[in-house]
Ligand binder design. Sequence first.
Ligand code: ADP
Ligand code: MG
Length: 629
Amino acid sequence: MADIRVLPQSVADKIAAGEVCERPSSVCKELVENSIDAGADKISVEIKSGGIKYIRVTDNGCGISKEFAETAFLRHATSKLTEIDDLESLSTMGFRGEALASICSVARVELITKTKDEEMGTHLVIEGGIKKEKDEIVCNEGTTMVVEDLFKNIPARMKFMKKDSTEAGYVADTLSRIALAKPSVSIELISDGKTVFKTTGDGNISNAVLKVYGVECAKSLLEVDFEQNGIKVRGVIGKPEIARGNRTRQTLFVNERYIKNHVVSKIVEEAYKNSIMTGRFPFFVLGIIISPKLVDVNVHPAKTEVKFAYEKEVYDAVYYGVKNALFREDEKPKLNKELTFEKRMAESFPKPVQMSMTFAPKRENVLRDVVKTEPLSKPVQSKKQDTLDIDMKKFTEKYLEHTIPPKDLTEKAVEKNAEEIKEQEVVQEIKIEEEKMPRKIIGQLFDTYILYQQGEEAYLVDQHAAHERMRFEKLLKQRKQKISFSQGLLVPVVLDLDPSERVLLAENMEFFSEYGFEIEDFGGGSFIVRSTPVIGSDKEIISLVFEILEILKGNKKGGIMSLEERTLDTIACKYAIKANKKLSFAEMEDLLKGLDELLEKGITTCPHGRPIKVSLSKYELEKMFKRVV
Ligand code: ADP
Ligand code: MG
């Protein structure tokens, strides 16, 4: 690498200044990017306590010579840029020369490094920006940076740190994106002694996806390789069936630099239109390869945003690249080695599979689950959902229209109103009497609402809301009485988790066990679920764990519900009768009986506060049809 020089002020001033070490994940990002810039193809990152206590990044890159070891820590010292012209054709990850300077001003940094030409390596300790130690050391070629006690002496910054597990999750997320953007570099992350993931560095994106997201995801990839107007779009996208309820599994990089760009996300989603249900977001790891002259990476301090010179051309290339891949289903991306399922499983879940013979049935279960793919959700279906919602909205609007008291406030009108109110009171009294009349189920409306008649009143019950509330109340009661609702699974389920989710789950094992889950951490990123609160299909169990993780991440809004209520509600909701499900009369009868018990307790809404039941009286109908005035 070139010599490290302090940038002339004129160049330094043009560089977007900003915070590069906001939290452990940003420190890790800067250090790993430095390793990549140093030509390393093996990088190992170890963190303790979410990185707040300890971060170690070791690489096999070019190293820093003894002469420049201290210069590297000076502000605007860089070996990557000397003139402002260089800014326009940048290919390295770093270029501002401020990462090391910022990091060493807020932590204790230890550097161990050696270049190819040196006999002995250099050992340097800097604390609060001041050199504490410098000596020679015997070490391998490459660089190790150890960052300890981040923000220890800056309470104002420390305040912004989240729980260790949350910070560890951010680190895992950041590093997994870099690993996906750089499949030719092997990246390993160890958090509190456990390997979160380790990519092979063989240059194959599908293999990197396998290591980061697991086998189920890697199985459902389509390759994107497209070029138009000199703009290349490369990477992998997920088949519609692995779409998720959020955008966390979307990774975009420009010239191998991870960036965030909502427009590109939207464009990819647009290409998936009609293949994916509304509210689901496609998986993708896509790289845009474009002349560095046509991208400005200097718009954001963390370098996570870019500006394109020819936006439309870029967006078109992304759109057609994705669209083509989606409709060329038969050309699947190949994993580098022709891996059999057995081998792939063994790679992905090293310990459980290889441990003992008794594990065989569980593995079969995983295989079965991998092979079995859900049918494509047809566009027609999602449309149906839309129109259904709209119809219901219209229905409620219409209904409200007829129940809202008239706004006419002339004396006559008010008088008339008073009469009406009196009349309604009479009706109300009769209604109470009629509640006890026999119930006649008319049937189901839109496969979602049970319609029944009782005396002079018609009722519509939201089958999902009703069942969800019943299950919720039952779970709440069991929890209060300390009755365990754990149920052993005949065949355990294997979880494929994102690196950040692995950390979060490992931290919250006790929480999960409180709610009836028995989950075992097998290390190497795999988890086995042995018991769950309620028996369900593998798919349901997996999505239940994901949803609870979302709650723990703080992503799932629960209004006024407590953590306990939200968790119980998620469990209740998972196995409750869904909307759009045909019910037999016996099933409807059963559901309404259960509902009676809720109503006796005065419960009339689902846990989120939506009504379970609405009514329409014969009198109101007659008014609507102008049979009465
Ligand atoms: P920048 O990456 O923007 O140049 P940094 O403060 O991150 O600025 O790093 C300063 C300089 O230190 C780099 O330009 C590089 O020459 C050197 N350096 C930092 N980390 C490494 C590493 N892991 N291996 C080799 N050189 C490194
Ligand atoms: Mg750097």
